[in-house]
Design a protein around this ligand. Sequence first.
Ligand SMILES: Cc1ncc(C[n+]2csc(CCOP(=O)(O)OP(=O)(O)O)c2C)c(N)n1
Ligand SMILES: [Mg+2]
Length: 408
Amino acid sequence: MSSPEQWAQPDQGADAAATAGQPSAEQVIAGLRATTEGGADLIQLLTPEGERVESPIFDPYVADVDDASLRELYRDMVIVRRADREANAMQRQGQLGIWVPLLGQEAAQIGSGRAMRPKDMAFPSYREHGVGYARGVDFKELLGIFRCSDQGQWDFAKHRFHPYTIVIGNQVLNACGYAMGQKFEGKVGNQESDGGDNEATICYFGDGATSQGDVHEGFVWAAVYDAPLVFFCQNNQWAISEPTERQSRLPLYQRARGYGFPGMRVDGNDVLGCLAVTRWALDTCRKGNGPVLIEAFTYRMDAHTTTDDPTRYRLSDELEAWKLKDPIERVRVHLTRNGGADADFFAEVDNAADEFAAELRDFCFNMPDPPPERIFSNVYAEPSPVVEAQREEFLSYLDGFATAGGER
Ligand SMILES: Cc1ncc(C[n+]2csc(CCOP(=O)(O)OP(=O)(O)O)c2C)c(N)n1
Ligand SMILES: [Mg+2]
């Protein structure tokens, strides 16, 4: 549903007939019910052509976004895209073991990431470099995972951005437990006048993850405990080579109804829409109203990872169609048309992005290899005699390779 009100009282009117909620016969036959875009249910504040669409329900959540803020959202998206492209190139040059591109998902990640307040907590999967950036994580700190030199070195508690999770859907359970804790500790539903220290959690996962049992369990537990948890599903249409219609016969956001909480679909390539909807959702969570599912309808413009070749399973016309819905371009068009930014601004952002990428590259090339015994660190929160013994054994094994000069 496109709004809390609609969720409470779904619109069964004739206009909804060809929407994602009410697929046409052709859509059903084509098996496209889960992927069909548009219609009355899609929340969109900025069209692909850069036109601002009014939304009485969600406009108040972006009332503070003036041209200056929109320029900042634009800058964020350009920077993370440039960093993403740089990392992709570094993998191709053998500097990273693998890279997981975010290309095309900048608006979903920056819009939702910027919607968070400092005390809110985020649980990412493995593609959320843009969310991490919005949480203040230095992009360089993400690179170690992909260079296989560490497991992610950012300060998880400080940034309130949990470590990446590769096991599909598993972070939903972690996030659910965390959000239940926020609820049990009375961090929701307090009067804002009491200091307004309510908090919420947001959990990121993909369309493919919705087929995992962990996600279902997270939905159930969060629902019945009214956990302050925003389920943020980036439906990028593909789970590696599996299209969304192989995950669900019904639009993903509509699943929320079966669990008993609101679900909504936002244009995931619309940074303003993603910001507004996520602010609304986090807000309702902080008030103690329980979880919300957001389906950000977007598209994975690049391969699943650098180990994948999408030309083997999807047609290029699909990619071409999505290029026209580019998340960055629509903001550029909007700012240009309304006089919110001029050519100097766009040139300055491009230069800043190039500098950012050059720093990243320099850092990556000079990243020190961790000592071999590093793998024994951070296994448990407290020191463990078993791990310590294994570490000692490994070190003495390595010493067997020592040269006369003492080097291994
Ligand atoms: C439990 C589990 N099963 C399978 C995999 C292999 N795997 C890695 S990514 C992926 C697809 C995930 O797709 P989606 O949830 O749509 O996220 P996206 O990669 O599109 O962001 C799969 C099946 C895994 N990592 N974990
Ligand atoms: Mg996906």
